[in-house]
Design a protein around this ligand. Structure first.
Ligand code: RUQ
Ligand code: CUA
Length: 627
């Protein structure tokens, strides 16, 4: 009851802030391009509470969603934010892709963040996961892998921009990624999926038995590889426990096969469990070797750092139950999910029991189990790829049945459309699992939407799980290819409304300006440095601080724009026509872009983010004098 009151108070606050926000926009006169305020909009906010309680996906115009959903964009390389339950797409965060709206991959700031992979414009993002404190989302970072180019990236949730990227050495294809949940996310953990020669110098193609995969432990704050662990077999998905002690990963290629036939020969593959304390102790004791600047531990079979638990053939998803009791390894080629009892892992590491003694149950569910999500009532939800279904099952009943009792643990099977991969419950990967919503990320949509040519969208379906029965309530077409999502209650999130002038993302640009004797908040100046020209200008709707500048043909021109507007939602842009140079400049941000002025003549530059009634007039000229 008390909690509910707080919630209502919160909604009240939000609507108060929104009132101010719209009021402020209205003040900027011609610049008031933001949606006009209507009485209905504010009345609607009060209604939001009722909408949540009813478990309806309908969120009326002007109403706010209860949850943020962070979606990976698959081989589009980005991360997307959706509101849940409306499934409205709220924002895209370019990460491994290049984005012409924001200039991600084009601006100097984004190139610095991308670092050694700034020249790579493609990626394959699978698994977005948020940083945690004591097993709850803390709203600070979202981490994401790039399978295609062996990278991991960090998104800062205060500005919803990628601020760190890292190419992981010694491995190939970062797949499964999760975070340490307890006591806090000190480490991001991720798997090198493809086995490669340990020294991959081009001399060894014919000895695949010697190829290895590594488990990677990344320091979430310093953003460097803390250490790597060589394993036997490959690695697919991973998750952490709720005690801060163990990480577990699935392996589907214990055979070290290099073709399909070889990869699926063994009847059993395994889950490998890593002891964090033992790994850290080994690092302290110097029991590592350095490879390409990273401390590498040996965790292959027989090592004290790891334990290998045999499970049926080719497991895929790895999911920890929110009560902290089980690691669930999803069978894929086996119709089962293997439940590993986390409380037994201490004994396993002390060699008091055998690996298979940790198996609490091998739960038969249906064909092609890939991933499992959980509610707060002891139920699990497993995607069955081949059956195109989600199986809802009760965990404790399944264990009883596995031990020979006559209980029906399957609660329901729901058809989904079609072939689901991941699924996710609201806050279900944290201690705060609340059993309200389930998303099924279906790989095929087939007949569910108007046909749009040979390439079809995927289908992310929203399922109400608040009652005894799962109810499909919404079909959501998505572009290639969200693998995974995570659902965060909005109370955990506090994104900024404006940039702060001391933001680290553009600090280097400001430092460059200082060296040039330029105060970017005041000055509109051209600095010539041989063939390099730096143009500093401000922007205030609807004007750039500089209407014209002159350079010589062949000059390398860097334009630095500082948006002095302090009004929420008034983003400017800078685009130099015919030069492939364009970028977003958010309110109170500084951004820069560099291009070669290779054609003589007059070139207009313009603001490409609609900011004002006189937005079209917000432009200026660059004169390029012939060489
Ligand atoms: S893993 S379903 Cu990256 Cu399952 Cu895609
Ligand atoms: Cu400034 Cu459009």
């Amino acid at each position: 009851m008390k909690k509910e009151n707080q919630e209502i108070e919160k909604v009240g606050l939000e609507s108060e802030e929104r009132r101010k926000f719209f009021g402020k926009s209205a003040l900027i006169g011609a610049g008031a391009v933001a949606a006009p305020m209507t009485a209905a909009m504010f009345a609607a906010t009060a209604k939001a509470k009722a909408t949540e309680a009813a478990g309806s996906p309908h969120v009326g115009p002007g109403d706010l969603d209860e949850y943020y959903g962070f979606w990976s964009g698959g081989h589009s390389g980005e991360v997307r934010i959706l509101g849940i339950p409306s499934m409205r797409e709220l924002m895209r965060i370019p990460v491994f892709n290049t984005d012409s709206a924001t200039g991600w991959g084009l601006t100097n700031e984004s190139k610095r963040i991308k670092g050694d992979s700034a020249h790579i414009h493609a990626g394959d993002s699978h698994h977005p996961h948020m940083s945690m404190t004591d097993g709850s989302y803390n709203g600070k970072y979202v981490f994401i892998n790039d399978k295609a180019n062996t990278r991991v990236a960090r998104i800062r949730c205060d500005v919803m921009k990628c601020d760190k990227m890292l190419t992981v050495p010694n491995v190939q294809a970062i797949h499964g990624l999760r975070v340490q949940k307890v006591p806090y996310t000190k480490y991001v953990i991720c798997n090198g999926e493809f086995e490669v020669p340990l020294v991959n110098d081009g001399t060894d193609m014919n000895n695949p038995k010697a190829y290895r995969s590594m488990f990677n432990v990344i320091d979430a704050e310093k953003w460097e590889v803390a250490f790597q662990v060589i394993v036997s077999g490959n690695l697919d998905n991973t998750d952490a426990d709720y005690d801060g002690k163990y990480f577990a990963s699935t392996c589907y290629n214990s055979e070290n096969g290099v073709n399909l036939g070889e990869m699926i020969t063994a009847e059993r593959d395994h889950v490998v469990v890593f002891s964090l304390a033992r790994c850290e102790a080994a690092i302290k004791a110097g029991k590592y070797k350095m490879m390409n600047g990273v401390k590498v531990l040996d965790g292959q079979k027989g090592s004290e750092l790891t334990r290998y638990i045999p499970v049926p053939k080719s497991p895929h998803g790895m999911n920890t139950s929110p009560n902290g009791k089980y690691f669930a390894a999803n069978g894929k080629l086996s119709p089962t999910v293997s439940l590993i009892e986390i409380a037994k892992l201490d004994a396993l590491f002390d060699n008091k029991i055998k690996p298979r003694d940790t198996i609490a149950a091998e739960v038969e569910l249906g064909l092609g189990p890939l991933h499992t999500a959980f509610d707060n009532k002891g139920n699990a939800y497993t995607t069955l790829f081949l059956d195109s279904q989600i199986a809802k099952w009760n965990v404790e009943d399944a264990i009883k049945a596995y031990n020979g009792e006559k209980v029906n643990y399957i609660r329901q099977k729901l058809d989904v459309h079609y072939q689901p991969g991941h699924n996710h419950t609201s806050a279900g990967e944290t201690r705060d699992a609340d059993g309200k919503w389930l998303i099924s990320l279906c790989k095929f949509s087939k007949d569910r939407f108007l046909p749009v040519g040979p390439l079809r969208p995927e289908n992310d379906q929203l399922i109400d799980i608040s009652g005894d029965e799962m109810k499909l309530v919404h079909d959501g077409p998505t572009y290639a290819e969200p693998h995974d999502c995570m659902i965060v209650h909005r109370s955990k999130m506090k994104p900024n409304k404006l940039w702060t002038r001391d933001d680290a993302i553009f600090a280097e640009t400001i430092a460059m300006a200082k060296k040039d004797g330029v105060n970017v908040e005041m000055d509109n100046k051209v600095i010539r440095d041989g063939k390099k020209v730096r143009v500093y200008m401000t922007s205030v709707a609807p004007n750039f601080g500089m209407n014209e500048f002159t350079v010589n043909q062949g000059d390398e021109v860097t334009v630095v724009v500082t948006n002095l507007d302090q009004v929420e939602d008034v983003t400017h842009g800078f685009c130099m026509t015919n030069h492939g140079a364009q970028m977003e400049v958010g309110p109170q941000a500084t951004a820069s872009i560099t291009f070669i002025a290779d054609k003589p003549g007059v070139q207009w530059y313009y603001c490409n983010w609609f900011c004002h009634a006189l937005h079209m007039e917000m432009r200026g000229r660059m004169l390029v004098k012939p060489a």
